[in-house]
Design a protein around this ligand. Structure first.
Ligand SMILES: [Zn+2]
Length: 93
C-alpha cells in the first residue's frame, strides 16, 4: 500500500508536497487538487463535461487523515467532500 512518508502543506504557495516511499517528492497545487476532487458530485460534473472549478485562487482549508488510506481535503470554496486515496494522490506528478 502506498502511504506518503510526509505531507507538507505550503499554504503561502498553494502547494501540497507529498513525499513517497520511493523518494519522490511531488508538489501538487491546491487548485489542481480541487479540480481532481474524487467525490461523487465532482465526478458527475466532470462526466457531464463541466470542469470542477475552484479557480487558481482556491486553497486548502483543512487536511484530515481518513484511516490509513486517504486524506479528506477541505477547500476555501467550502467544498469538503473529497476523500483522496493515497493510491490516487500517487498518480499525480
Ligand atoms: Zn468534490
Amino acid at each position: 500500500m502506498t502511504v506518503p512518508e510526509a505531507v507538507e502543506n505550503h499554504a503561502a504557495q498553494g502547494v501540497l508536497a507529498l513525499r513517497w516511499p520511493d523518494g519522490r517528492t511531488v508538489r501538487v497545487t491546491h487548485a489542481r487538487l480541487r479540480a481532481a476532487c474524487p467525490c461523487s458530485a465532482c465526478r458527475a460534473l466532470r462526466r457531464a463535461g463541466a470542469g470542477v472549478e475552484g479557480g487558481d485562487a482556491v486553497r486548502l482549508a483543512a487536511i484530515e487523515l481518513v484511516g490509513t488510506y486517504a486524506l479528506n481535503l477541505a477547500f476555501s470554496d467550502g467544498h469538503r467532500r473529497g476523500i483522496y486515496p493515497y493510491e490516487m494522490l500517487a498518480t499525480l506528478d
